[in-house]
Design a protein around this ligand. Structure first.
Ligand code: ADP
Ligand code: MG
Length: 677
């Protein structure tokens, strides 16, 4: 019966069925799984003289017949008078709900609930919800669910229909293993579904919500941990014992000492690499925290022993930069750059050398996972800025290896709270570099509205006098590289003509050919320009330590994490760096994203604020990511996640294929798409 179409079960119009359909609700089951998003506690019944403007007020009494009235603007409104049990009265108003007059033609005993407004010296109920009230109704239904609505489908309508079908909830089978359910004292699923719609008490409701939330997170964790286990159970990775001398000798050549967090992360990686089970590890660290050097040191022993290592990154500029740095750091070993903009001949040569095993260190873009490449001897693969790639690319990388299964190191500067990482990167081990190299001064950040620009310009000019360099990022133009390029040119002209006529200025944008971009980046690095005007192409990874000023035009158009990424381009050595967030108008200076940037430099703190403003779905693109929808659970609910993960781990350790739990197995399989290519 759960699979029955609502068009058969519900007594309603085809139009309503269509509306439900648009909400993705087609069957009895779908409707039962359409949970309330909020509950009103109507257990507190007030008399009119106790009503409060700020709160929801519930009362019981008599409602006069609802009558239609026409306002002087020709709008239909509905009016009635409510009288509570002690005789207190209040006017009620609804807007554009003419049907109410037909539904409530005579005086009726009601429960009434809603917000009140104070106007013309008295209070009135604004569009209160009304329900017929009978004596025996006092105790039941005091906690009233509110559902997400669309035009034409009110919460109240859903509640009424729900009452009609709620008995079907008995057909829900338990997904959680009985032992798990009992351990936590969770109700059976059938009971939980019923209680969520029509709770008898707040305790019962809580338990039901907990159980349903746990179930969702449990399935996610089982999927993630199953993938994790299956990955690590593959034998055939290259295990190399840690070689402290090699690391030490390398460290001694560096101009700096690794931070504590870098050392710990490196140790965790090297430890994994001792095994013949392949590693799958996420190295997370804010922009500028020094992930690259950790990756380089992790590759040392493999290179030394004649294996291949690959570093894949998302943009050509960043890849070139990695190539320049790494081929110097690891100059004892043969290396090659593989990017789309090589000539056909260069590309073929590189591909051949890789496939022959003639070259050890391969640094490239997506080009490294394209058809013509094969790695006969790949021991270790790094995927930088992994959020720009997906599980598909990760799997492709592994497939490219015709020799050992490579250890995989994913790197990301997206500061994801640990709680969320346990889900999103739930199939991986996690290392976090939560410490910046010493001597970095916090970047001074100012929000600059148009009237204050002159002052900022003078300040920047003075910094250029002192030998500093400047990035200027042009406003984001969604979906159009061409328009972005145009705005870069305009900005370039404007700066040359008005703000900095005596400075050397260059521009760069995504429509340029790769060699041209490379040339510009090289010259900027060699201080041939004072100012580089750019689109967001320089967003990830670029490392020009002498550039200490970041100007972002139209800052209000960028998201918080993007602003933080841009700012991460400066402050890369011990000079004081600055970030100026230019707004288009005066009012925008109070936008929370921008003030947050001015107040905080810590990426994790900013991520928290971003989460608060936009929610995890938006911040981490979870909706498009393929992560199964959570109807009840909160993906930031650390306590339940930890609980679900612990239990899931126990079960996976015992029985990775979940053969004992066929229903669960099926659901876990479905959810697994997020982690598995
Ligand atoms: P990210 O983590 O953003 O990829 P990078 O690896 O590009 O950061 O490192 C940023 C800069 O910090 C580089 O110039 C790098 O040489 C330098 N660096 C890395 N580790 C340290 C350290 N322990 N002390 C000082 N500078 C460091
Ligand atoms: Mg980096």
């Amino acid at each position: 019966m759960l699979k029955n179409s609502l068009s058969i079960v519900l007594r309603t119009t085809p139009a309503k069925i269509k509306l439900l359909d648009l909400m993705g609700i087609k069957t009895v089951e779908d409707l039962l799984l359409h949970y309330p998003f909020r509950y009103e506690d109507k257990s507190e019944v007030r008399t009119v003289n106790m009503f409060n403007i700020k709160e929801l007020n519930n009362s019981r009494g008599r409602l006069s017949p609802i009558k239609n009235h026409l306002t002087k603007f020709g709008k239909k409104i509905q009016r009635a008078t409510f009288t509570d049990e002690e005789g207190g009265t209040i006017d009620c108003v609804w807007f554009n709900q003419a049907f109410l007059a037909t539904q409530w033609p005579v005086e009726t005993k009601v429960m009434i609930s809603g917000k009140v407004k104070f106007a013309m010296g008295k209070i009135s109920f604004q569009s209160p919800t009304i329900e017929r009230w009978k004596e025996n109704q006092v105790h039941t239904g005091s906690i009233v669910p509110t559902y997400h609505e669309t035009d034409g489908i009110s919460s109240k309508w859903i509640r009424e229909k729900m009452r009609g079908i709620v008995s079907y909830s008995s057909e829900f089978e338990d997904i959680l293993p009985e032992e798990v359910r009992q351990q936590y004292g969770f109700p059976k699923k059938s009971k939980a579904i019923k209680s969520v719609h029509f709770p008898d008490s707040s305790e019962q409701l809580e338990k039901a919500k907990q159980m349903l939330a746990f179930e969702e997170l449990f399935i996610l964790q089982l999927s993630a941990l199953q993938q994790k286990k299956l990955w690590s159970e593959q034998d055939g990775a290259t295990g190399i014992p840690m070689n402290p001398e090699l690391i030490k000798a390398f460290q001694e050549e560096l101009p700096f000492e690794l931070t504590g967090a870098q050392k710990i992360s490196l140790y965790q990686i090297l430890k994994d690499c001792e095994k013949t089970q392949p590693m799958l590890r996420m190295l997370q660290g804010d922009v500028g925290s020094g992930k690259t050097i950790v990756a380089a040191m992790a590759m040392l022993a493999f290179l030394k022993n004649g294996y291949q290592c690959v570093v894949m990154s998302p943009t050509e500029i960043l890849t070139k930069q990695h190539y320049e740095n790494l081929s110097i750091l690891l100059s004892d070993y043969s290396s090659v750059l593989l990017i789309g903009s090589l000539t056909a001949k260069e590309k073929r040569e590189a591909q051949e050398n890789i496939s022959k095993g003639a070259v050890q260190l391969i640094i490239g873009t997506h080009a490294v996972i394209q058809d013509a490449v094969e790695f006969p001897n790949l021991a270790f693969a790094v995927i930088d800025e992994q959020h720009r790639f997906g599980v598909v690319q990760r799997a492709a990388m592994v497939k490219k290896s015709t020799g050992p299964v490579p250890h995989l190191l994913m790197m990301s500067a997206t500061p994801i709270p640990r709680t969320l990482a346990l889900t999103i990167y739930g199939d991986q081990e996690l290392s976090v570099i939560d410490e910046m190299p010493p001597g970095r001064k916090p970047i001074i950040t100012k929000v600059v509205h148009p009237d204050a620009r002159r002052q900022a310009t003078l300040f920047i000019d003075d910094q250029i006098n002192k030998g500093r360099q400047v990035f200027v990022i042009c406003p984001l133009i969604e979906e159009s590289e061409k328009l972005e390029a145009k705005s870069v040119l305009q900005e370039f002209e404007r700066l040359k003509e008005f703000d900095f006529p005596h400075r050397k200025i260059q521009y760069i944008h995504g429509k340029m050919k790769a060699p041209e971009k490379d040339e510009i980046m090289r010259k900027f690095k060699e201080k041939e320009y004072d100012i580089l005007v750019s689109t967001s192409v320089i967003e990830v990874g670029i490392d020009i330590p002498n550039a200490s000023i970041m100007v972002i035009e139209g800052a209000e158009r960028f998201g918080l994490s993007q602003l933080h990424q841009f700012r991460g381009r400066v402050g890369r050595n011990d000079m004081q760096s600055y970030c100026f967030l230019y707004t288009t108008n005066r009012e925008q200076r109070s936008i929370r994203r921008l003030t947050a940037m001015a107040e905080h430099t810590d990426g994790f703190k900013l991520a928290e604020i971003d989460l608060d403003i936009r929610g995890p779905g938006e911040v981490y693109g979870l909706r498009q990511s393929g992560l199964p929808d959570l109807k009840m659970a909160n993906i930031m609910d650390g306590r339940t996640i930890a609980m679900a993960r612990e239990k899931a781990q126990e079960i996976i350790d015992e029985d990775v294929s979940l053969s004992r739990f066929p229903v669960l197995k099926n659901l876990v399989e479905k959810a697994g798409g997020f982690w598995k290519a």
